[in-house]
Ligand binder design. Sequence first.
Ligand code: 3HC
Length: 697
Amino acid sequence: MSEVVSYNREGNIGVITVNYPPVNALGQAVRSGLLAALEQGQKDTEAKALLLVCEGRTFIAGADIREFGKPMQEPTLPTLVNTFENSDKPLVAAIHGTALGGGLETALSCHYRVAVSSAKVGLPEVKLGLLPGAGGTQRLPRLTGAQKALEMITTGEFVGANDALALGILDAVEEGDDIRAVGMAYAQKVVDEGKPVRRVRDITDKIDADKGSDVFDQFRDELKKRARGLFSPFKCVDAVEAAFNLPFDEGMKRERELFMECMESPQRAGLIHSFFGEREVSKVKGLPKDTPVRDVKSVGIIGAGTMGGGIAMNFVNVGIPVTIVEVKQDALDKGLAIIRRNYENSAKKGKLTQEQVEQRMALITTSLTYDDFRDVDLVIEAVFEDMAIKKEIFAKLDEVCKPGAILASNTSTLDIDEIASATKRPEDVVGMHFFSPANVMKLLENVRGSKTSDEVKATVMAVAKKIKKVGVMVGNCYGFVGNRMLHKRGTEAMSLVDEGATPQQVDKVLTDLGFPMGQFAMSDLAGIDVGYRIREERRKAGEDIPASWMDKLAEQGRLGQKTQAGVYKYEEGSRKPIPDPEVEQLIEQFRKEQGITPREITDQEILERCVYVMINEGAKILEEGIADRPLDIDIVWIYGYGFPAYRGGPMFWADQEGLDTILSAVKKYQDTVGGEQWEPAALLEKLVAEGRKFADL
Ligand code: 3HC
């Protein structure tokens, strides 16, 4: 018998147990083990019913994603589920943890499904650029009808056990956490009551009811908005529709064809890279796994502005109390009101109860003095980008905070070591760079200073997980990973407009690549004053930052969405950017002042100058060890800036574009545009010379 799947009999129940940590994924050994165990159960004349149950933290969480992209090994998952369904002894699946993807498909091929109430089920393949490829698109709608199956399959969202029971996906839900006992009891009932083999493939009432329904076209229309640029969600709809238009076996064949189309799409490769990347970033190079982590039970935040408020919400959401300090009471009142409004909006949408809103608000204390930080475990400073002010703040924190408290800055560009130098405990100082809106964006760029201790590094990575963010540890330099690359893109975007492009042309190239918004729409969202202040800071520090038409916008008070005017204009209550003739004139005027004659700029040039410049900078970031691996950069960009996950992040995408293509463009712009951003990264040159990719590093 296989090591990962076992068969034994308890009374008159044959028990098939999967034990393949961490998540019982359906790798080749599990698939063949399951078939062998089923065969044994069929032959076992004493077994009147069979039970499928899993050891460890979860039921089968899906196909083994690590096998994707490699040659498929027998037995395939469709063979496995069909053999299970064809069993002539009743088969019961007992579900705990999560039954996902191929895991749920295996459960659907069993004749009965029982779960504990904490269990969840789902078909998340779409999040990996796939569709359920082992009968999920054919069997699920037979239980739930078209609408719910389409929702689950096109969003990949999980459904809790009780909802799954109501939807007909499960047959019973029990309290308790002993899944084996729950499964045994149900299987015994099947035997005692003489329940028959019941194959989902033969259930047709919901298929008949929804045949010819326009729900499929409705979903396609909706997906054009919700899943812009994505491949597999549309294939999911085609596959589910096949369940209604074709007999079961032909539907299965159609599902397989569509599954293989998805499997071969570059989006699948990009999304799976993102899936593993998201998990890989938590393993920080050089930071031992067993590094002690400090307890963070209370948090102080300096600044009740957009950032400070958003950061506070992250902690409060997971039950960690925060103390927010500001200089003026009205800033506190305003900040608190915004937090409340955000929570009230969630309550209106049914995401929170009013009681939860009050519980969360009650976890926030406000104060005008740093003395109230005396007992907190972590302080995050979130004031605007001004080194002198930050240093003053950190000197004060050093005086007030207890030993062992972590002193973090949410700076998006400034030198963590210089900030730390204002304290006598630089080992406790670290960057925690949240992304706007901080309560929504999943990235937390944790920045290590040269003296930050391992314990502090490990703690901020653990904090990221605790507040449900994706933490990426990066090194200290201007802008760290994200903003350093963003600012290169920003400079090019501004120059492209100087030279003749319109802001909307630049933005469209970026949204066509899959970004949710372009460079200029993003500046308007973040506030034009943010970039302006950063440029001013750098000018003060003696850097040669050329004048820009965006400075003029800031000086005119066109600060972006918050003033309903920035690079674009905005109608009251709307976030939709509208090109503004006034800005066109301002740009025209700026070109005249600078003696620039505008020229026609192609979309290809915009793409190369805005994105290749980031890749070149990313390569420098790797060379300098600011990012440990290309995937750290990919994850920063996917979760911090909305780089399309289906393209795998900028460095993964660069490998697909071809590093030689990128390098020759970089060299071309070094000659034509110039500037240090176009000096080819030595790493890029080396990789091209060696015929290697970022993925090979
Ligand atoms: N295959 C291979 N490895 C997997 C895996 C899978 N399906 N799911 C999770 N893992 C690995 C993770 O990479 C991680 O490895 P690491 O410890 O080396 O980093 C480990 O299992 C634990 O995963 P998480 O850190 O994500 O643990 P959580 O407890 O937070 O979450 C989970 C568990 C909810 C199961 C989550 O891992 C998850 O969502 N997994 C993906 C599920 C999925 O997409 N299934 C569908 C697969 S496609 C499919 O089935 C195709 C079929 O239709 C033909």
